[in-house]
Design a binder for this molecule. Sequence first.
Ligand SMILES: [Zn+2]
Length: 302
Amino acid sequence: MAADMKGPLRPTLYRFKLGNFEMMNMLDSFAQRDGLAAVHGGGSAPGAVEELAKMNNIDPSKFEHPFVPALVNTGNEIILFDTGNGTLSKDVEALKGRVPEGHLVERLAQAGYKPEDIDIVCFTHCHPDHIGANFTNGKPTFPNARYVISAAEFDYWKKGENISDARKPTKAQFDRIMAPLADKCTFIKPGNDVVTGIRAVDCSGHSAGLTGYHIESEGKRVLMFADSFLHYVCGIQHPEWTIGFDDNQQKAVENRKRLLAMTSSEKLMVMGFHMPFPSIGWIDKRADGRHQWVAASYQMNM
Ligand SMILES: [Zn+2]
């Protein structure tokens, strides 16, 4: 008799304490795509991406792109960071088959949260995979939430000047599912606090106002970043390689280098929206001067 295969299973939720805060990462969705070198190795020497992939035990031709929104419960507020892909793949003809279906609301339910529980939705930027679940069936998905977004990021997409052809669909999604929330938005600048313990950090480059968040409670700290790093091997070991998804490629390279130096010298824990789930770890500086993603093991369980 043949033994039944049940198919792959993978972890989708990770919750841990940071001081008095409770933190949670959720695997909204993931995409598996061809062309590691083509997407993540702009300007690399021929064969360099393939060699790097082999050294790091990953497929040199394909890659996985995870989408990992986070939730922080400060004890006073429940704050969601980005909303993932939502129903983009159903609602937007041009995105069918190009982005995965988001599972954020399902993940929240598995972790004990209803959409009404979310007090604040805080955004890193306005690219579609970070705002995709803002609405469900035409209504705000998180009915009791107010929103926090970088003023520079919101204004850039709102004005819509000098937007590349490749980003015109991003502008269309902004107009459809971000701009209508303007009345309930608080617009922030780098250095501003979202709430006590959560401070906006300038990560601009990938987008006009890309924002990371420095989160601190009882002396425990983490830097949450989004698309500063799009691949845990390429972007971190070779921050100088350019990426077509970066709206300002040179500025994005500078941002990567700055974050690598800061997080490695401070031994600052990081969590990253596109890092392999559960998407928390450290960035170490190696003897050869390059940096490396070191995934967390049990540190945050203790
Ligand atoms: Zn992204």
